[in-house]
Design a protein around this ligand. Sequence first.
Ligand SMILES: Nc1ncnc2c1ncn2[C@@H]1O[C@H](COP(=O)(O)OP(=O)(O)OP(=O)(O)O)[C@@H](O)[C@H]1O
Ligand SMILES: [Mg+2]
Length: 458
Amino acid sequence: MNTLHQPVLLVLGALLILLAWRRWAPVSYWYALVFPRKAIWLRWSWRHVASGCSLTKKRHRWWFTTVPGLVASTGVVRVRRRFQRVAVDTKPWMGLPRPIRYGFRLTFHLLDGQVPDDYAKVCERLAHAWRVEAVRVVGSRPGRVTLQGVTVDPLAQTTPAVPPPEPREGWRADDLLRPIVGVLETGAAWRMDFRLIPHWMNAGATQSGKSNLINALLVALAPQPIALIGFDLKGGVELAAYDPRLTALATTRAECVSLLADLIAVMGARMLACRRYNVRDIWQLPDDVRPIPAVVLVDELAELYLTADKSEKDEVTRTATALLRIAQLGRAFGIHLVLSGQRIGSDLGPGVTALRAQVGGRVCHRVNDPETAVMTLGDLDPDALVAARSIAPELPGVAVITDSDGRWYRARSGYVSTTTAEQAACAYANITPSWSQLAASGLGHELPATDPTPELAA
Ligand SMILES: Nc1ncnc2c1ncn2[C@@H]1O[C@H](COP(=O)(O)OP(=O)(O)OP(=O)(O)O)[C@@H](O)[C@H]1O
Ligand SMILES: [Mg+2]
């Protein structure tokens, strides 16, 4: 072989190896080759980036400066050297970048007067400056803030939902109603913590992943000793399949009105029980008398508010009032709402705005119009609205959510097919409390309760 060709062949071979490495083992490629380069560049460019993102502060320092003097008659510029107080840009101190899977974490020392929110506000700008997919605040402690940058969108891949392992010694009260339903873009688990945020709004255009989130919730909550209640005014097509694990299901407007009235009655009985024990909510009651918590799943909220004629107006008003009462008082008495719908705005009728104000948990899937994102995410950061508006249709299940730490995140629900959710509903059918058990629990005596959905009992 010609000796001239040897180096060319070597370079080509090395390139091929690198390409194959990147293609077949991207994680080790990131750790070994890309991350070290990125880390050096992050530190080297930090002064410019911090100044560009307005994270620097002006500070006065004594500086040895050269001051141009007067032009002498000879035409020679005389310079004077002296110490002077000058304003200089001070950048926040940056810790060593730490690698994570497809990304990095960085801790910064906050300058005087800065708060972690100042960094959260410029995440979008930092992502562009650092040439990464997304940057988020992932932690903070006094005087420090930790940011995470990711080089590929961790939500681009569908992740199957992992059903929670059933605890061997029964459920502790603290573990109830804290289901994991997907992943956050930070790679952490997305936990819908009903104990911290009692009611959730699940909004999104058609085919954006609302029902999938309900499926994920059902699979995660089915093993817990709680009641699940369904409202499905799409004639039951969405929730009827989960009948075995539902304590009650309403599929017509009349059923909805009567089921909501029954739930209000249950709530009233629980209020009395709490008063009798002199406690403020059911979680302070002793374990053996604590009423069964209930999660109410509503699919297509708009259907509950739409009126075709005047005769339905009264039913809609009663429905709206009952939902509002549950949203206001349900947390203390263990009744939680998950309201799904394509639009959850004041255009649906009076009462929706008040209901929205009581629902702290927000999940905003892909939406068709900016108003829906504004209605759902409301007073969150404007960046959250931008993130919600830019969810691609080919990523169903991706949503902008509020998390227990009060921040917003992009997240994706775990994929749960209707068949999987049906199987979970059947597998845990034996622990489904009946309506009379739900109504009587916590009262210390059995109620002569009638089942509100006779077809279910049958
Ligand atoms: N997290 C996810 N991962 C992968 N695929 C998903 C995910 N969520 C939803 N999908 C897919 O997107 C499609 C639409 O989802 P889904 O039925 O939940 O939408 P929807 O918002 O309830 O729509 P509609 O308003 O029409 O009821 C489904 O076929 C489902 O397979
Ligand atoms: Mg649906």
